[in-house]
Write a protein that binds this ligand. Sequence first.
Ligand code: GDP
Ligand code: MG
Length: 163
Amino acid sequence: MSNLVAIVGRPNVGKSTLFNRLTKSRRAIVTEEAGTTRDRQYGKVEWNGREFSLIDTGGWVQTSTDVFEEEIKRQVLIAMEEADLLLFMVDILSGITDLDMEIANMLRRVSKPLILVSNKADNFELNPQAAEFYKFGLGEPFVISAVNGTGTGDLLDEIMSQL
Ligand code: GDP
Ligand code: MG
C-alpha cells in the first residue's frame, strides 16, 4: 500500500496517543505503563481531502528485558521496510535515552523520508528543550503535544508534503 506512515519510538513516548488522535479512534491501547501496546495498529487518516494509512508500532508485551528491546528494534526494522514515511517519536519531558539513541542509529540508515517528532510539549515553555534532539542527526525536531493537539495540524501538513 502506498502512503503508509509508521510511528516508531521507544515505549511511553506517546505513539498510541498520537495514533488515536490522528485516526480519531481508541483502538490503540494507551497506558501509564511502558510497553503495553500489544499489536501493530493500522488506521486511516484524512486531512485536507487526502488520505494516508498510519501504523502504530509496538508489538511487545514485556518490559525491562533484552527480549523487549530486541522486539522494539524488530518493529523499527519492519517499519523501515514497509513505510513510505517514518515518524520517529521522542519525549521532550524525559529527553534522550539510550534506547532513543539506538533507534536513531538504525533510522539514520534509512533512505526514506523521516520526521523527528518531539512529543509531550504541552506548553510552549518546553519547546527550547527540543534542541537536544538535533543530536540524533535526523534533522529538525517537530514539536507537538499528542495529548492536547498542539502542533498536530502542522505535523499533518508536513506529512502530506512529504508523501
Ligand atoms: P506509547 O507507548 O509510545 O504508545 O505511549 P502512549 O501513547 O501509550 O503514552 C504513554 C503515556 O504518555 C501515557 O500516560 C500518555 O497519556 C502520555 N502522553 C502521551 N502523549 C502525551 C503528551 O503529549 N503530553 C503528556 N504530558 N503526556 C503524554
Ligand atoms: Mg503504544
